[in-house]
Design a protein around this ligand. Sequence first.
Ligand code: SF4
Length: 317
Amino acid sequence: MARSEIRCELSWSASRAREFDRCRRESWYARYASWGWWTERPRGEKWRAMVHKNLTSLPAFTGDCVHRAIEGWFRARARGATLDAEELFVEARALFRTGWRQSAGGGWEQRPNKSVHLDEHHYREPIEKARTDAARDLLLQSSRTFCEHPDLEPVRASEPDSWRAIEALDSFELEGVKVYAVPDLAYERDGVLEIVDWKTGKPREEDRLQLGIYALYAHAKWGTPFDRVRLTAAYLGAGEVKRVPVDAAWLDEVRATAAESIARLAELHYDPDVEDTDLDRWPTDGAPRACRWCRFRGICEGALEGNGGGGSGEGQG
Ligand code: SF4
């Protein structure tokens, strides 16, 4: 077996944990089936798995456009310009249109791991106008919430020298494992580290876990005491800004939840460069519940055997 230059090491993130809990086979496709695709000649199963791994849904893509537009808002602010809601919306819409063209027009094929490739385009499923209208409304409402919600005024007024992280992928160690963290915004205000997460979906209980992980990350990265961390979930689409109280007991729970999840992932982790795959260890336990929306439904036996309730077209992947 050809060895990759880099090793397939166990790592953890809140989204990886959700994926694993949804379906172990999905986790295998995403983390192991595509491993080493960049060395595969000629292109084959690894490449195919990587293409499916990079599929995104319309709501997730729309949310990503909001995140990137806000990141651009901060870049403009650092240059001394402040975009209003309409200007932010125009930025987000431009990102959406660019990504849409890349996905629908096949431009993603040049660099599938770095491009927008919508699940709906891949599986040739119709996207009703109501859904694109809803995406547009989400871009607009999110832009308004960011630029106009009174509770986000301190964010908008923050000075660039107070910013500690903006959409920066980073990691820290927990239970001896690399844990990824990408806080949307971390900045200092009156001696407190404010961490804000932009959300374009509905409030979910698991959002609190994600924010708790950011508090652990801030402690590991900057040594910020927990009583100097403030966590905020900004539900931009819903126009709601919620504080998540931080206390030691809750953070112990967050740490314990992450540790349990890491242990579950560690039990199955293997190095596909040097070990054989035992698919029995990665059952299709998400089927049929999770198959309809799973990006691997076109190649996975769990869906293809007919118990997945979807995944009709295999598309170009
Ligand atoms: S298609 Fe279904 S069984 Fe297969 S990985 Fe996805 S959720 Fe799991």
